[in-house]
Design a binder for this molecule. Structure first.
Ligand code: HEM
Length: 480
């Protein structure tokens, strides 16, 4: 009854904001550099997130405030080696993931990527890692599959001579065909040749669910309540064609021995069929956008008029070493590393929880339960002693002996530690095979209709894409 007393109510209403301000001001995070507003509210960060601009906003704060920056009342971003080592590598696989990764559950199941704690993750990784180990990727049967798909890509390029080819589409087709080969050959896709399969790739790639899924993350109750009308304004993620492919393929028997499916079907692992399908769909999505977008940004960059020398040097290396394996070509390696440094396919924060009791990270005490992260876009740029002229695409920096270790330690495109990218060796094999095949045959020149702003980085939920989702290119055959 006392609560109904109007004076008491007024007092309470006044006290709530005072208490909130007091709580923010007494937070240990007040000692972290950052905009004052971030001590009180996460709305500015969320605004940028909802506008597909989180990565650039966080980077802007790093440029202003240095390698440690508070970005929200309960969130700190690090762009330093100390940050990477503590958050992602301490104890092997670093801190536990946050509920952000709930958004990546598939068919209601947790996959390796979306498991939150170390124990569950380690159990699943013990089963899956074998098929992505470099020794498995370098087997002729795996590489031949990649080479075959790369030549199909070259077929699409050859057909386009005299006109243009949309690299955004073809590179995603290539990544799709390569990853499904690795997941469940012979039941994989053939989107470089078949229109129907290309539609599946488009369904996965042209996803517009960012706002819907962010709302689901930040306000799950509200999302449940208004989910039915929300889809008129913010589309949910729906991939019926891809589901159909994966559910069908993952129930087939006798996939090729090198595939992920064959590993998961081994009896001793006791995996349910839906778990296998969930894992395959997750890896399929992980394999399409990352490799497709990384190649697209990279090929766009080296096609610019001021980058012709990069293409020429690459072409010389490829021409002079026709029998050398793709992983033994230093300039090709440098071009790929520089591409992933300037345009990491997953450029943004990979959020983790500070364990109970708190930790000191890069000189700042951070209480347990705080969200901490690093983002590749910043770790690969912020320290100009390690990466001079960080916004310039310069493969040569990777060929210098001096500073080599520092560069590699801050290279975070595949993340680090036990939860780093399991598909790294596959992705590199796909990227290098394709670049070799293209640049031994063609010079690439952007179509005149393409403007730089069309290729600006636009954040998806965790990866990034060229803003206009297209990259028209002219392929000019080389005179040999
Ligand atoms: C250029 C290509 C690629 C890049 C830049 C990339 C980057 C990354 C990054 C940064 C992570 C850590 C994400 C996090 O902690 O939230 C990751 C994890 C992962 N990636 Fe990749 N990736 C690429 C290609 C691939 C491919 C081809 C696959 C194929 C299966 C793949 C499968 C995965 C999986 C399953 C995880 C989760 C690993 C775990 O939690 O143990 N990735 N990737």
């Amino acid at each position: 009854m006392a609560l109904l007393n109007p004076s008491l109510l007024r007092l309470l209403i006044c006290l709530i904001p005072i208490f909130y301000v007091w709580k923010c001001l007494s937070s240990p995070l007040r000692k972290c550099p950052g905009p004052w507003s971030s001590l009180f509210t996460s709305w500015i960060l969320k605004w940028h997130e909802f506008h597909a601009n989180r990565t650039r906003y966080v980077h802007h704060l790093h440029v202003l405030y240095g390698p440690v920056v508070r970005i929200a009342p309960n969130e700190v971003s690090f762009a330093s080696l100390e940050g990477i080592k503590e958050i992602y590598c301490s104890g092997g696989s670093g801190y536990d993931k946050t509920e952000f990764y709930n958004l990546f559950q598939v068919y209601g199941r947790r996959t390796m990527f979306s498991t939150l704690n170390k124990a569950d993750h380690a159990k699943r990784k013990r089963i899956l890692a074998d098929r992505y180990a470099n020794t498995n990727i370098m087997r002729p049967v795996v590489l031949d599959g990649i080479k075959e798909r790369s030549l199909r890509f070259i077929g699409r390029c050859s057909e386009s001579v005299g006109g243009t080819v949309d690299l955004f589409i073809c590179l995603h087709d290539y990544a799709f065909d390569c990853i499904t080969h690795h997941l469940f050959h012979p039941y994989g896709s053939d989107s470089l040749l078949k229109q129907g399969d290309e539609e599946i790739m488009k369904e996965v790639t042209f996803d517009e669910s960012l706002k819907n899924r962010l709302l689901q993350y930040y306000h799950p109750e509200l999302h449940k309540l208004i989910g039915n009308i929300l889809h008129y304004f913010a589309k949910p993620r729906q991939t019926p064609l891809a589901d159909n492919l994966v559910l069908g393929a993952s129930s087939r028997t006798e996939p090729a021995q090198f595939t992920l499916l064959s590993r998961m079907q081994e009896k001793n692992y006791n995996l349910e069929q839906l778990d296998m399908a969930a894992e395959c769909l997750d890896h399929m999505a992980a394999g399409i956008d990352t490799t497709g977008d990384a190649l697209c940004f990279l090929m766009w960059e080296i096609s610019q008029p001021n980058m012709i020398h990069v293409q020429q040097r690459l072409q010389e290396e490829l021409r002079d070493n026709p029998d050398v394996e793709f992983d033994r070509l230093p300039y090709l390696d440098a071009v790929v590393l520089e591409g992933l440094r300037c345009f990491p396919a997953i450029p943004m924060s990979l959020p983790r929880y500070v364990p109970n009791g708190g930790r000191t990270i890069d000189g700042f005490f951070v209480p347990g339960g705080t969200i901490v992260s690093c983002q590749a876009y910043s770790t690969q740029r912020i320290d100009q002693n390690v990466f001079p002229n960080p916004d310039t695409f310069n493969p040569d920096r990777w060929l210098e002996e001096r500073g080599d270790l520092d560069r590699k330690r801050l290279f975070f495109a595949f993340a680090s530690g036990g939860r780093g990218c399991v598909g790294k060796h596959l992705a590199l094999a796909e990227m290098k095979t394709l670049l070799r095949d293209v640049y031994t045959r063609f010079k690439t020149v952007p179509d005149e209709t393409m403007k730089p702003e069309m290729m600006q980085m636009s954040d998806q939920l965790i990866s990034s894409q060229p803003r206009e989702q297209k990259c028209l290119m002219r392929l000019v055959p080389l005179q040999n």
